[in-house]
Design a protein around this ligand. Structure first.
Ligand SMILES: Nc1ncnc2c1ncn2[C@@H]1O[C@H](COP(=O)(O)OP(=O)(O)OP(=O)(O)O)[C@@H](O)[C@H]1O
Length: 302
């Protein structure tokens, strides 16, 4: 087993100059005498095979350098392997992405120097991981927030806007409010069966999504429960007038919003196939079942 860190860096994440950021990261790691190996991703989802190869070589501490998408695929690589227990792995994050939402739950600043200092201190939490099964029986893991409906629509729109940086989330959000068509979702969890016209249903392990918005209530990332938020018939005006509440998290108290905690939920959209997003990555459309794997991976936190 290796005591070195294994760094997986996505040179395409964020919109800052990657080679400049990378030189800074290398200098800081040397300064802190942190022993490491590194690889750059060469294509989307390359993270999965890179992290699995690293685990087979004996690495147990992985650093994801990029945004939420890079971390999402690193997590999927770990969860999809059967070589070792996933809870033997520790992940640290050096944020280079656009939204960088996962780090916000743990007060990790969007700053390379501070993120490396936090990694050096090695304080960890054993966090839950969510697992989504889509209509075609495909399985996807998520470490932050997943959702169906409006937020999936936004993630799809974001693809063409991310080059604009942080503002892209706001622009995609407004576009979605103008053009996304709500649909009726049948939802079942515990002994509940709901049928509602929904803007979206959000499923959280952690607290922030959409570039700093908060749709989950009283989040605890290691309680073995999914935080479900059902945004019902919210209109364009409801969203615009409540914009500060989307960022402060108070939106969960709105009369058209319901929150639940559960271990498993199935959502079946009626007469439409809305996009499903997981950690800001588009993973499918239509029906989805979501479960939780309690205390699955160690993450370095502040
Ligand atoms: N070399 C590569 N070329 C193209 N795409 C890549 C490459 N490496 C990784 N990717 C993909 O790029 C996507 C975006 O990366 P990431 O989410 O980390 O950055 P971001 O979109 O800027 O940040 P955020 O998600 O925090 O807004 C991910 O789906 C990732 O798998």
């Amino acid at each position: 087993m290796s005591n070195s860190w294994f760094l997986i860096a996505n040179p395409t994440s964020g919109n800052r100059n990657f080679s400049k950021q990378w030189s800074k990261i290398q200098q800081l790691l040397k300064l802190k005498k942190i022993d490491y190996y590194f690889v750059f991703t060469q294509f989307s989802k390359h993270e999965i095979e890179l992290v699995q190869a690293a685990i087979q070589k004996g690495f147990r501490t992985i650093i994801s350098i990029g945004g939420d998408g890079t971390l999402h695929h690193v997590v999927n690589g770990i969860m999809l392997q059967t070589y070792i227990k996933t809870s033997d792995i520790t992940i640290g994050v050096i944020p280079l992405g656009t939204g960088n939402d996962w780090i916000k739950t743990y007060n990790i600043p969007n700053n390379i120097e501070k993120a490396i200092e936090i990694i050096h201190q090695k304080k960890t939490i054993l966090q839950d991981i969510g697992v989504l099964e889509t209509e075609n029986k495909k399985v996807h893991y998520f470490n932050n927030v997943a959702g169906l409906g409006y937020d999936g629509y936004i993630v799809n729109k974001l693809k063409s806007l991310k080059k604009l940086g942080g503002i892209s989330y706001v622009l995609a959000g407004i576009y979605g409010l103008l053009f996304y068509k709500k649909s009726t979702f049948k939802m079942s969890f515990d002994d509940k069966k709901l049928e509602e016209s929904c803007l979206m249903t959000v499923i959280g392990i952690c607290q922030f999504s959409g570039g700093g918005m908060q749709f989950t209530k009283n989040v605890n990332p290691s309680d073995g429960l999914l935080d479900i938020t059902i945004a019902k018939n919210l209109t364009f005006f409801d969203m615009v007038f409540n914009l500060p509440k989307l960022y402060s998290g108070k939106i969960v108290n709105h009369k058209k919003v319901e929150t639940y905690k559960t271990k498993e939920i199935t959502i079946i959209p009626q007469n439409s196939k809305p996009f499903i997003q997981a950690d800001g990555e588009l993973i499918g459309t239509g029906k989805v079942t979501v479960k939780i794997i309690e205390k699955a991976i160690n993450f370095i936190i502040n």
